[in-house]
Write a protein that binds this ligand. Structure first.
Ligand SMILES: Cc1ncc(COP(=O)(O)O)c(C=O)c1O
Length: 405
């Protein structure tokens, strides 16, 4: 048998590990592959700032390249960045993180994967809100764990609570993986509810993995950093990033801070799989932390203007929508159209060239909703709303809906 005929006899699909084969591709990507082939689409789909990274941050990276700063860095990140981050967390939240408690990662994405892999043994259960960011469940599954979903609903502003979580805890429960402000709903959690959840986690010896990537994007309220709550610091792995606050999605940089033992375990995986985050991204992140606040504040003020237009606009055309207080997403109900969220998103894209993400991409409780990212220009938002109204009118579903505050 020749080598070639041997190769032809292999069915590669049979060789894919079951835990990978069983995971569905992201429901977001499916739509973006489709819209990439179309012209004239207004995208309310991808969750990323429409701004380029502020120039002074780009300039810092350019000069690091010009100065030949192009080698591997220490696994945990360059000392300047770890020091600057430690200062930032102290100034923002009055939290003390020593060098051994800080790891610079390839975005919150890598940090989340590392946290799951460092903590989860085969069969361990991890509690996750439903709906939630598309990566949470796959991360747990890829680490050999079992995601256990905490159902939420619009009537309760998609908030979780200790009462909802307690009955789901078993002797296999290892951790809670949560993220507020939330993607896809824009929910922020009231401080008191988070305090109750921390208390419950402590009673059951659970680790909290808290994805706070949208912490800088809150409106009319303050962000509650979970690690600041009584009893939380010792058992919280706090994940943060640069992608959203400083419009740095393409730089692929974020961080994990938390108990030294967990950060050391995460660093071990990072060391063998990633080695270190791109050097120029780390230099850019130092500049973002030192001098990026003015630009961040301007972008947040702009997102806030768009948020108000988006939510009111959606309600005016007949899609009820609670008023999100964080991130840059609105999550209107499309239940009155009688369509599934996938049909709604598909038909809207085909008929009116507006891209939104079906809510079921974020979990079962997301069915009946679509995610609209308002990080796009006001001009495009108004145009998208007009197109959506036309789409709804054709189906007799454009009565103004309740505006929930
Ligand atoms: C809730 C949430 N967490 C994490 C990420 C990934 O962030 P990063 O770009 O830092 O990997 C995203 C990206 O959209 C997100 O929405």
């Amino acid at each position: 048998m020749t080598i070639n005929s041997k190769i032809q006899n292999i069915n590669c699909c049979d060789h894919i590990a079951r835990r990978v084969g069983d995971i569905a591709p992201s429901g977001i990507r499916k739509f973006f592959d489709l819209l990439a082939s179309m012209d004239g689409v207004i995208s309310l789909g991808i969750g990323e700032p429409d701004y380029p990274t502020p120039y002074h941050i780009r300039e810092a990276a350019i000069s690091s390249i010009e100065n030949g700063y192009t080698m591997y860095t220490p696994n945990s990140g360059i000392p300047e960045l770890r020091q600057e981050l430690s200062k930032h967390l102290k100034n923002t939240y009055n939290l003390d993180y020593a060098d051994s408690q800080i790891l610079i990662t390839v975005g919150v994405s890598e940090a989340m994967d590392l946290a799951a892999r460092a903590l989860v043994n085969p069969g361990d259960e991890v509690l996750i809100p439903d709906p939630c960011y598309v990566s949470y469940s796959p991360c747990v599954v890829l680490a050999g764990g079992v995601p256990v979903m905490i159902p939420t609903c619009e009537e309760e502003r998609f908030e979780i609570s200790a009462e909802k979580i307690e009955p789901l805890i078993t002797e296999k429960t290892k951790a809670l993986l949560i993220g507020y402000p939330a993607n896809p709903t824009g929910t922020i959690m009231p401080r008191e509810k988070l305090e109750e959840i921390v208390k419950l986690a402590n009673q059951h010896g659970l680790i909290i993995i808290s994805d706070e990537i949208y912490s800088r994007l809150v409106y009319d309220c303050e962000h509650t950093c979970i690690a600041t709550l009584p009893g939380a610091y010792e058992n919280t792995v706090f994940l943060g990033g640069f992608s959203k606050a400083y419009a740095m999605t393409g730089w692929r940089i974020g961080y994990a801070v938390g108990p030294a033992s967990i950060i050391a375990a995460m660093t071990k995986i990072h060391q063998y799989t990633i080695m270190s985050v791109p050097t120029m991204s780390q230099v850019a992140a130092v500049e973002a932390l030192r001098n990026g606040e003015t630009s961040a504040a301007e972008m947040v003020a702009d997102y806030n203007r768009r948020r108000l237009v988006m939510v009111k606009g959606l309600c005016d055309i007949g899609l009820s929508c609670f008023k999100p207080q964080g991130a840059f997403y609105a999550f209107p109900s499309i239940k009155n159209t009688g369509m599934t969220s996938e049909d709604f998103a598909h038909n809207l894209l085909m008929e009116e060239k507006v891209a939104v993400v079906p809510g079921n991409a974020f979990g079962r409780c997301g069915e009946g909703y679509v995610r609209c990212c308002y990080a796009t220009s006001l001009k495009e938002l108004y145009e998208a709303l007009e197109r959506m109204e036309r789409f709804l009118k054709k189906r007799g579903a454009s009565q103004a809906a309740t505006f929930q505050v």
